[in-house]
Design a protein around this ligand. Sequence first.
Ligand code: LLP
Length: 421
Amino acid sequence: MDHFLYRNGALHAEDVPLSEIAAAVGTPFYVYSTATLLRHYALFDEALAGVDHLVCYAMKAASNQAILKTLAQAGAGMDVVSLGEYLRARAAGVPGEKIVFSGVGKTADEMRRALAGGIRQFNVESEPEMEALNAVARDLGTVAPVTIRVNPDVDARTHAKIATGKSENKFGIPIARARQVYAHAARLPGLEVVGIDVHIGSQLTELEPFAQAYAKLAGLTETLRADGHDIRRLDLGGGLGIPYARSNAAPPLPTDYGRLIRDTLGHLGCEIEIEPGRLIAGNAGLMMTRVIYLKQGEGRDFLILDAAMNDLIRPAMYDAHHDIVPVIEPEPGAEAAPYDIVGPVCETGDTFARQRPMPPLRQGDLIAFRGAGAYGAVMASEYNTRPLIPEVMVKGDQFAVIRRRPTFDEIINRDTIPEWL
Ligand code: LLP
C-alpha cells in the first residue's frame, strides 16, 4: 500500500498535489511519502513483535538522509555496504550500535573507520576478510563483533543479476565449509563471533526460497553451537519483493515473512536482524517526469520524456517493469493506445517500456513512475551531463526538497584540466 492516490482527478503524494511540487521544483524529480516509509517499516517491526529483533534498513535502496532520519526516528537500524553509507547513516543521526556493515569487499580503511566510530557488527564474507578485520581490530586495541555470511546454495528465483544465494555467486562462504571457517574465526583474538548472516537475493516474490535458506540456517546454528560457538544473533538479510505491476499477484506480506521466521528460527532463542530495503522504500517513491514530445515512428508511437535511463536505470538494467501513470486521472473508459516510452539519452537502451498502453496524453503532461523509491535515485548517474534529479519528501500537506538539483556550473567545475592543456 502507498499514499499516492488520485483525489479530485489529480494524483497526490499524501495531501500534496504532485503538480504543485512539479511547479515548485521542475521535472524530473523523485518524491517520497513519509507515511508510506513509516508504514512499511512498521509492518516489518510488527511482524517480529515478541521476538528480540532489529530492522536494519538496507540503505542502498534509498539513502537520502531525510529518509534515514525518518526511519531511524521510528527505531530502525541500518545495513550499510560502504564507508560512504556508514558516514551518511551517522550524519543522519543513526548510532553505531544500530549499524551493521555488509559487503563482500570491505577495505581495511573502511573497517578501521567503522570500528573506531562504533558498529553493531561486521557481516564478514571470506577468510581473507576475517584476517584483515582481525588485524585492524588488534591494531586499534579492540575486538570486532562479527557474523559470518554463509551462502546456503538456494535458488531465490529472482532476476539473475540480483540473486545472491547460489554457490556460484560471489557472496558468503559456502555453507559446507562453515564449521571450518567458524573454527578459524574463533582463533582470531580481534574477532568476536556473535552469529550468522545470510542474504539470498532481492525482489523475491515467494517465501519458499527463504524457507529453504532459514531451515539450513537453523541446522547450522545447532551444529555451530555444538562446536562451542556462542551463536546468539541471526541476520537474515533482505529481499522480500514488492508488487511492481498493479495487475500482478502481490508477493507475500511482511506478516507472512515474520511468521516464517518464527516457524523456522524461533526455537533457537536468537536475536533476529533483518535488512529490508526495497519493501520499505520502493513503493514509497515516485519518479516524476513530463512528456517532451509525442513522436510518430514506423508502426509505433514514442512518448519522449524528460527523464532518462540515467535517472532510473532499472528498466535498462534488469528489464524491470514500473507502472507509469498520468498525474491527471484518465476519464473512465478513456481509450488506451500503445507507446514506446523513452528518454532523451542517445542509446536504444534508454527505453522505459515497450508498447505500453497509455491513456491519451499531450506534450507537457506530467507522468509518474510508480515503485521508483528503491534503487532509483541511488543508482542515478550524470550520463550525458544530465544533472542528478532532485529528491522531495512529503509529510501530510507539507513537502521539502531533500536534495536539490545541482547547477550546470557545479557539475562542470568538478573537472580539473591538467596543466599541459
Ligand atoms: N542485505 C544485503 C546484504 C543486500 O545485498 C541487499 C540488496 C539487501 C539487504 C536489501 O535487499 P532488498 O530488501 O532491497 O531486496 N539494484 C537492484 C537491487 C539490488 C539489491 C542488492 N542487495 C534493483 O534495482 O533491483
